[in-house]
Design a protein around this ligand. Structure first.
Ligand SMILES: *Cc1c(COP(=O)(O)O)cnc(C)c1O
Length: 371
């Protein structure tokens, strides 16, 4: 375990183990074999882990970095120097000039959209096909004719042809059908643009159907050590631990209400600790009353009452010797106990992606090593 030195004056912080990100990246490589390129998805500040630090950790000559938009591409620009950057989402018309100037690989859903970029110079495009996501991408029936017309426009270089999987983590039968029909369509598209690379797999796809890796894979969540497929959880190393210090200790008598709405009333005298973290830091308010714990001295202590904007109250009656300023774990390990982003997500009715990307700006990030 890496050692982090965190000032005692800090209320809450996240410890990011860059070695874990590297190990998870190696696990992706192991799944897909030596040939495919890894497009490491570092959008949303590297899923909350720090985009620049993740880029520095994973930068190798072939790696491509995937971001959501132009703003995120600019954030990693100085550290991704020399690596290709793909914008996974569409650009606004007003962003196209800058995207071309920066030589990013832009994702387009039609011939017209590709042409609009090419007015500003030579552009590399990722031609996205909608094979069932129903979001961005050219509807698959129109893909051949659109690719034909954009391919004849000077200044458009088809870097890749790709699709996205809506249900790779829950419906392998649908996903297999989707990937089989994409592979078939891609054969025809490849005749039009023979140098275009093919890609479709996100983390769940890499874990369940690695035989469809194609030329490039696009892992996001799994790089950070959270598995969308439960059986692979132990193969990955969670890279982030979220910690805080107890800011107040207090005894309450039986019959005391705790927090807004008084949804919790103590049935006996209890000892409580106040944790200076709340939903404004990204701790999910929906976890209130769901039996979610926070780890203190290697024991799980229940959150009681509603999670508020800046504070959480925890029942510490059964844990002796707790002192003001003691470190607690909101996500991560403490002794034999652990709480991961997936568990917190399940209990608050959301997904691990949402928990990790939601960890807020007030939570300072510390890194295990110079990346
Ligand atoms: C975010 C994203 C990914 C990564 O998805 P994970 O499920 O986090 O692995 C892959 N492809 C595209 C197009 C994305 O937008």
């Amino acid at each position: 375990m890496p050692i982090f030195s965190v000032p005692e004056s800090l209320r809450t912080w996240a410890e990011v183990d860059l070695g874990a990100i590297r190990a998870n990246h190696d696990f992706v490589r192991q799944r897909i074999g030596p040939s495919p390129t890894i497009l490491a998805v570092v959008k949303a500040n590297g899923y909350g882990h720090g985009a620049r630090e993740t880029v520095r950790t994973l930068a190798s000559p072939k790696t491509i970095f995937g971001v959501a938009n132009l703003h995120e591409a600019a954030e990693i620009q100085t550290v991704s120097d020399g690596n290709d950057v793909m914008l996974l989402g569409p650009c606004l018309p007003g962003e196209r000039r800058e995207a071309v100037r920066a030589n990013h690989i832009v994702t387009v859903s039609s011939a017209a959209e590709a042409e609009a970029f090419s007015r500003f110079g030579t552009v590399r495009i990722n031609f996205k096909i909608d094979t069932g996501m129903g979001r961005i991408g050219c509807w698959s029936d129109a893909a051949i004719s659109d690719l034909q017309s954009l391919h004849s426009v000077p200044g458009i270089e088809v870097h890749s042809i790709s699709t996205h999987l809506p249900s790779a983590d829950e419906d392998t039968a649908f996903t297999t059908k989707q990937l089989t029909s994409f592979t078939k369509l891609a054969r025809t598209l490849h005749e039009i643009a023979p140098t275009a690379k093919l890609h479709s797999l996100n983390s769940a796809g890499i874990l369940t159907l690695p035989e469809f890796a194609g030329d490039i894979v696009r892992p996001g969540l799994m790089l950070y050590g959270s598995s969308p497929i439960p059986i692979f959880s132990t193969a990955l190393r969670p890279a982030l631990a979220w910690k805080a210090r107890i800011v107040l200790l207090k005894d309450l008598p039986a019959g005391a209400g705790v927090s807004y709405g008084r949804t919790y009333i103590s049935s006996t005298p209890i000892r409580t600790a106040v944790i200076p973290v709340g939903y404004a830091d990204g701790y999910p308010r929906q976890a209130s009353g769901q039996g979610v714990g926070i780890l203190i001295h290697g024991k799980k202590c229940d959150i009681i009452g509603r999670i508020t904007m800046d504070q959480i109250v925890v029942n510490i009656t059964d844990v002796p010797d707790i002192k003001l300023g003691d470190v607690v774990t909101l996500i991560g390990n403490d002794g034999n106990m652990s709480i991961d982003a997936q568990e917190l997500a399940d209990k608050s009715g959301t997904i691990a992606w949402d928990i990790l990307t939601g960890i807020g700006r007030r939570v300072e990030r510390f890194y295990s090593e110079a990346p």
